[in-house]
Design a protein around this ligand. Structure first.
Ligand code: F6P
Length: 387
């Protein structure tokens, strides 16, 4: 995976982050930290790691609540000491709150006639940041939040990014924290579906998250012994999917499990989009499992049911893997602040955590490689991709 990680031009030294290289070891930072975008298991572990690492260097730390909102509103800052991060590493959610609507570059303002327009409030935000005396921000977020962080960094905000998302769709890091937990939750659910599907001789179609990519569906589907996995990277054909399912049901055991990533689409067809961004790009998906289930039942005559696992994939305790990654990312981000290596994001480039420039980190969406070993393994095991 090392080749996917651009060598950093944002730090004087592109080697792994290390706590011993501070530019000015005596400098005491007033540090802000926030969490933006959809929550992911492991956020609290990053916050804990940031706070303890920073306090151990004699710094002050404040949490900005609800993404950037806390900086623009009265009472939106939370002083963080050891007690505020005591016993939180294993908890889901985020003690700071989050939002995937609070973009300071496109802040909604309601006009007297009731219509809403979007305004760029980055100037106000940077001013508020300076007025509060902050020296640096650690922004924990997914592609959307880190894109905001990259723009704010270009406008002069001293920021270090930490990549989070259950979707695992950031190209600059081998993996994001939250993904491992989501895969565990989803594969546990698929395990449970086997018994009910078998008892009723049904096909069960389960819809998993992942937005534009199929990482969660692929990994959980393979781990959970699905019969078919549908992902956005491999458009499916209903006739192929149904043929493969019929063959499986005939061969026995006579039931089927189909895992479908929410952003999947049929060859020549459209994904099931429920909300688009201002530019018309899909923003929220939903409903593909129901569509696929109905068509399977019509085409094969096998009783078929669908379910959407939804936000359960974002909840609960982070796995030990995600916790460790989150703790490593948090400490590495503080180290980058100590070196005043701003405009960077921490990234996993095994076995190290490295710094990559924020701008390039958010440039590329990491899609499932359709000829990669995980897809090949699934195919060898007879799992259908409906193609
Ligand atoms: O990006 C994380 C994610 O959970 C996606 O997998 C999903 O499409 C989206 O967020 C759901 O967003 P919301 O919480 O706004 O429904």
């Amino acid at each position: 995976m090392a080749s996917q990680v651009p060598s950093t031009s944002a730090t004087p030294d592109s080697s792994s982050t290390s706590p011993s290289r501070s530019n000015d070891p005596g400098r005491r930072f007033r540090l802000a930290v926030n969490t933006g975008g959809g929550d992911a298991p492991g956020l609290n572990a990053v916050i804990r790691s940031v706070v303890i690492s920073a306090l151990n260097m004699g710094w002050e730390v404040f949490g900005i609540q609800k993404g950037y909102q806390g900086l623009m509103e009265e009472g939106g800052l939370l002083p963080l000491d050891r007690s505020s991060v005591e016993g939180i590493a294993h908890l889901g959610g985020t003690i700071l709150g989050t939002t995937n609507r609070g973009n300071p570059l496109r802040w909604p303002r309601t006009l007297p006639d009731g219509t809403v327009e979007e305004v760029d409030r980055s100037g106000d935000l940077i001013k508020a940041f300076r007025d509060h005396g902050f020296d640096a921000l650690i922004a924990i977020g997914g592609d959307g939040s880190l894109r905001i962080a990259a723009e704010l960094s270009e406008k002069g905000l001293p920021v270090v990014g930490v990549p989070k998302t259950i979707d695992n769709d950031l190209a600059a890091t081998q993996v994001t924290f939250g993904f491992h937990t989501a895969v565990q939750t989803a594969s546990d659910a698929i395990d449970k579906l086997h018994s009910t599907a078998k008892a009723h001789s049904r096909v069960m179609v389960v819809e998993l998250m992942g937005r534009h990519t199929g990482w969660i569906a692929l990994f959980a589907g393979l781990a959970g012994s699905a019969d078919a996995i549908l992902i956005p990277e491999i458009p499916f054909r209903m006739d192929r999917l149904c043929r493969d399912l019929e063959a499986k049901v005939e061969r026995g055991p006579s039931y089927g499990i189909v895992v479908v990533a929410e952003g999947s689409r049929p060859e020549g067809g459209e994904a099931s989009v429920v909300e688009t961004e201002a530019g018309g790009e899909p923003w929220r998906y939903g409903g593909v499992a129901e569509r696929v289930a109905q068509e399977i039942q019509e085409a094969t005559g096998v009783e078929t049911r669908s379910l959407v696992l939804g936000h359960l994939q974002r909840g609960g305790q982070p796995t030990a893997y995600d916790r460790l990654l989150a703790l490593r990312f948090g400490a590495a981000a503080v180290d980058l602040v100590a070196r005043t290596s701003f405009g960077c994001m921490v990234a996993l480039d095994p076995p190290e955590v490295r710094a990559v420039p924020l701008r390039t980190a958010v440039d590329e969406l990491k899609r499932v490689p359709v000829r990669g070993d995980v897809v090949v393994t699934a195919r060898r095991l007879g799992i259908s991709f409906g193609d």
